[in-house]
Design a protein around this ligand. Structure first.
Ligand code: HEC
Ligand code: HEC
Length: 438
């Protein structure tokens, strides 16, 4: 409701004419720049003040009808568009999903046929995923209407957050780096988070909502809150047959939306397709091909596997030492972490669970010379005497590996409207990154 006040007031002032000196100070005084300068745009359509404080009473200009705000005073999404998630997922090439393995550049890549974690009772259906998308982008899921899932999982970054640690609804920071969501469905163990504390994606989807740092919302209150909108009743009916708004249904819907986020149209895919078609023109440059060969020769494929470059299970890659306070999965799997698909990894910096590595070259340098000596370090990253491997890569090798990883970027996925924000853009003033008027 504060959002609408700010917006209506800016709009009214604009319409009062003149206004050349007015709207900045208004936006500046009413939008108390709640977050850090790094806080990204567009993810946060409301951007109202944190905490409960009311803006100074304004002379309440005559209300201008604002079609983009719902009866609860919060943003109104586009509910007309019905994206075809089933069609998009069905568009995955055979080498990706079904053929047991495909040779490319003399390397064999398994398909994801056995990796899919979709449960039988939550198969992808368009109206459910449509609801999931709207929930995923809705700031109503946070206690003070400031954060949506997309605040920390941004499409153009492969659904992760460019910040090392994400900023939660009251300005607190998450304990770890956000995770990209490309190909979340192709993780056969089906567990989620760096430490795999969520047993399913359905279970995971309700955890950030209730997390005291991330969204701070109580599920019961959330059901009530969504019931006060003009549109969720219909969306739940379309998805589930009646308008009961339950957190369990929210979980099903968001999980379906996330499982529809499969990425299969990168330059790498074009190269595989060209080779399968016996197309004599190479798609990958010599440097990118060299990187691919190194990716296999250096055993990267033993953990980042299949055409989707997902993990087979959690691993200890020496990212932490024995006495690091964060041991990931922990227990007898101390130092083991999960990571997501390496598809779209080039837009997903910073890297690792702590977000400590700012770019891909730092990741390569980590594997080259920085693997730590953990008791549980994977044999794949030890030398013959059992010590952490030192790869002694040349600069050209490192650059080739980075170039190869960059071929996994899928621009179509990163800009596909079926995954984009269904809520209206914020006013130009509010959507300037981290900028507020002085
Ligand atoms: C304030 C930032 C923030 C918000 C809001 C947020 N997340 Fe996350 N998300 C994270 C962080 C940080 C992690 C990694 C946390 C960890 O592993 O301890 C994560 C991890 C995940 C993962 C695990 C991915 C994997 O491969 O294991 C999924 C799925 C996910 N989030 C979905 C969601 C959904 C759905 C929502 C909204 C209901 C949401 N997130 C809201 C920051 C956020
Ligand atoms: C023993 C298994 C294993 C091997 C071998 C391995 N990785 Fe990893 N990789 C991991 C794990 C586990 C993580 C997550 C570590 C963390 O966050 O602490 C990871 C993370 C990454 C990331 C960052 C992912 C993210 O979301 O932050 C990249 C990029 C990467 N690895 C590339 C490579 C390359 C290139 C090689 C080969 C030189 C390689 N990996 C070899 C297990 C492995």
């Amino acid at each position: 409701m504060k959002y609408s006040h700010v917006f209506l007031m800016a709009l009214a002032l604009t319409m009062l004419g003149g206004c050349n000196d007015d709207d900045d100070p208004v936006a500046g005084s009413d939008t108390p720049s709640p977050s850090t300068p790094g806080d990204p745009v567009g993810d946060n359509p409301g951007n109202p003040p944190p905490g409960g404080e009311e803006p100074t009473p304004d002379p309440d200009p005559e209300p201008v009808p604002e079609p983009r705000v719902d009866i609860d005073g919060l943003p109104l999404p586009d509910t007309e568009t019905s994206p075809d998630y089933e069609g998009y997922v069905a568009g995955q090439p055979d080498y990706y999903t079904s053929i047991s393995s495909t040779g490319f550049q003399n390397i064999r890549f398994r398909s994801v046929a056995t990796e899919d974690n979709t449960p039988r009772d939550n198969e992808l259906r368009n109206p459910v995923a449509k609801l999931g998308r709207i929930l995923f982008y809705d700031v109503r899921l946070s206690a003070n209407n400031t954060k949506s899932c997309a605040s920390c999982h941004q499409q153009e970054h492969g659904f992760t957050d460019p910040a090392q640690l994400s900023v939660g609804f009251e300005g607190g920071h998450t304990g770890r780096n956000s995770m990209g969501l490309s190909n979340a469905r192709y993780y056969d163990p089906g567990r989620f988070f760096w430490d795999e504390r969520a047993a399913t994606l359905e279970e995971q989807a309700l955890m950030p909502i209730q997390d005291p740092v991330e969204m701070g919302m109580n599920l019961f209150d959330l059901e009530t809150k969504l019931g006060l909108t003009s549109f969720y009743g219909q969306l739940f009916t379309d998805a589930f047959g009646d308008e009961a708004i339950t957190s369990q249904r929210m979980a099903l819907a968001m999980a379906q939306f996330m499982r529809s986020m499969v990425s299969y149209e990168s330059k790498f895919d074009q190269a595989v397709q060209a080779e399968l078609n016996n197309d004599p023109n190479p798609v990958l440059s010599a440097q990118e091909q060299r990187g691919l060969v190194l990716f296999e020769d250096l055993n990267c494929t033993s953990c980042h596997t299949t055409m989707a470059f997902v993990m087979d299970r959690n691993h200890n890659n020496g990212s932490v030492s024995n006495n690091d306070p964060d041991q990931g999965v922990g227990g007898n799997l101390a130092g083991f972490f999960k990571t997501g698909s390496l598809r779209n990894i080039a837009v997903g910096a910073p890297f690792f669970h702590d977000g400590n590595l700012p770019d891909l070259m730092s990741v390569i340098e980590f594997y080259n010379s920085g693997v730590k000596n953990h008791n549980n370090l994977s044999p794949d990253l030890r030398d013959r005497t059992g010590r952490p491997v030192r790869m002694n890569l040349t600069q050209a090798d490192k650059e080739a590996l980075v170039a190869f990883l960059e071929t996994l970027t899928d621009e179509g996925f990163l800009s596909n409207p079926i995954f984009s924000d269904p809520f209206p853009p914020t006013t130009p003033d509010e959507s300037e990154a981290g900028e507020t008027a002085p």
